[in-house]
Write a protein that binds this ligand. Structure first.
Ligand code: PGA
Length: 268
């Protein structure tokens, strides 16, 4: 039995005071009997303040990205060791926005290369996080154009193979995968629950080929992309979907806790 996981990705929103207040409200609205793992991923600068609040609760702390080296001359980067200092338990890796693949963005096309993450850098981050005992949340997903060209499975297989290269089957237990169709992120266009299930089942099957049956059965696969309180229940009811990675709706305590409640319902 896989414990559902609901993760809030706050992206580049809120000040640290705002983050502290949001996590306090989430804790206040959460019920003790929730059989769901819950985490929030604030911007780096908010981590110390949010960490102080999380320490007194069951809400775990996550980061939105990481560099793969412990220390050194890497201007602007943050290492797993530095995350560990604040008891960061989860870290998002390879989000479509850090890969430079936006579902909805007002950025000029010419600046998208700024987010130059590749499968190779994602793989280095995965290995570094696993070494430090931080659970990576690996994001995979196709763009609208890739889906319309019938490339969904091929794209996701390539992303999984790249990100998980040379990671042993027994280490896959410690990984979370998030299926995040790029076209559904921040667009309000949710993937139909049955289609999300079909792709998440495909991901589990790929893990079975790449790792083994045990890790494929144990690994948690989340869905992300315009999850809201009103669609969370039908998405989480799917057998291969073990919770969600929530962007916009995680910035409102009540919406986020309603989504956590939907995950609890699945588990009860
Ligand atoms: P969204 O973002 O819920 O705002 O679509 C999800 C994500 O980017 O992880």
């Amino acid at each position: 039995m896989r414990t559902p996981l609901v993760v809030g990705n706050w992206k580049m929103n809120l000040t640290s005071a705002g983050g502290e207040s949001l996590v306090e409200q989430i804790i206040h609205h959460s019920r003790a009997e929730f059989e769901v793992d819950v985490a929030v991923c604030p911007p780096y600068l908010s981590i110390p303040r949010v960490a102080d609040v999380c320490r007194r609760s069951r809400v775990k702390l996550g980061a939105q990205d990481v560099f793969w080296v412990d220390q050194g001359a890497y201007t602007g980067q943050v290492s797993p060791k530095q995350l560990d200092e604040f008891h960061v338990a989860y870290c998002i890796v390879g989000h479509s926005e850090t890969r430079g693949r936006f579902g909805a963005s007002e950025l000029p096309e010419s600046t998208v290369g700024f987010f130059a993450e590749t499968d190779e850098t994602i793989n280095l981050k995965m290995k570094s996080l696993l070494f430090h005992g931080i659970i990576p949340i690996l994001c995979v997903g196709e763009t609208k154009a890739e889906r319309e060209s019938g490339l969904t499975e091929q794209v996701i297989r390539g992303q999984l193979e790249g990100a998980l290269a040379t990671i042993e089957a027994e280490e896959l237990f410690g990984v979370v995968i998030a299926y995040e169709p790029v076209w559904a992120i921040g667009t309000g266009e949710t993937c139909d629950a049955a289609e999300a299930q079909r792709v998440c089942a495909f991901i589990r099957q790929e893990i079975r080929y790449m790792g083994d049956g045990e890790s494929a059965d144990a690994i948690r696969i989340l869905y992300g992309g315009s999850v809201k309180p009103d669609n969370a229940k039908s998405i989480f009811a799917q057998p291969d979907i073990d919770g969600g990675l929530i962007g916009g709706a995680s910035l409102d305590a009540k919406s986020f806790v309603d989504i956590v409640t939907a995950a609890h319902v699945k588990n009860s």
